[in-house]
Design a protein around this ligand. Sequence first.
Ligand code: PLP
Length: 383
Amino acid sequence: MEEELKALRQQQLYREIKVIESPQRAHVRYRNRDMLMLASNSYLDLCGEERVKAYAARALAEYGTGSGGSRLTTGTNIYHIQLEEALARFKGREAAVVFNTGFAANSGVIPCLCRAGDVIYSDELNHASIIDGCRQSGAETVVYRHNDMEDLERKIQERPGRQGMIVSDGVFSMDGDIVDLPKLLELADAYGLLSMIDEAHATGVIGATGRGCEEYFHLEGRTDILMGTLSKAVGAEGGYVCGSRTLTEYLKNKARSYIFSTSLSPAAMAAAKRALELIEEEPWRVEKLQENICLFCHCLREHGVEAESETAIIPVRIGEEGMAVKVSERLMEQGFFIPAIRYPTVKRGEAMLRAALMATHTKEELSAAAAAIAEAIDYCRDC
Ligand SMILES: Cc1ncc(COP(=O)(O)O)c(C=O)c1O
């Protein structure tokens, strides 16, 4: 272990925990100073929202701290049920089932639906939890080039008549780009495959009202399995799967990560439910986030930094790992919290800053951040 840790340090790949000393909001305290948070997944800034906290506090007072059991034994209370109903409504589906994390949802669902003899077509940039789910399933996993539907179709045609599934991130977690859903669904229909989309970074972000990929492409109700997480724009914890009632009942009976794990606390469920209501009641959050995305990309480009995104994830490509760390450190010194993303999260030599925006960032903050990023890149290139 020591040898390997030493090697990681030498390759600039050693990771350290950063301790945030305040709620996860647009401004955080870090190392005892105020920082502009430009890396959080709490895209709609709901983690510290007063009404969300108050509702979670009520659940905490009523039901205590833990759920006390797995969902199928003693760990289901009214907040789990209400949240599942709210999620199904929000996503326009018959039913929803909540898992303990998005990771548990992906690694639970995929092996449940696919097994040895089946084939899973998976985008090369899919999240680690999808990759693990594919591995655990025992099915043949065929990785297609990133968002390349021609490559996907070629690979499907090489395996005629095989039963299986196409699975893709809806918004890719590092590059922030959006799946070609129309073509993916067309291929799934044409070749009789299931379609599964991970909406971890799409929910609350894309589509006119933040309902995700289907709303963005006006393809409501078309995907077989819509998976997502409550830990990002929703500002709470947990993962979910929405689909037909048959699907959710099947998962409740078969998915190992659902069955063999203590369920989430009532307070986490209540927080997610209230946050979902706020996303619907206060459309300004999604609208402001989408405005901020346009504005920030524009500001970066004005400073000569390439930036293109329609989602809250805006990658600033650096390349060499050491350089990415230096740029991030300089930004940290100046009060901008943007960590460097390195291998194995992205490929070697493709290190980046992954800026993540919130609905509550102001124009002035985003403009200052863009200028600081450009300055830090120039500074570190010269030093
Ligand atoms: C695309 C994607 N899917 C799934 C997950 C896992 O979700 P969770 O953090 O709720 O485990 C993440 C991130 O964490 C993600 O980026």
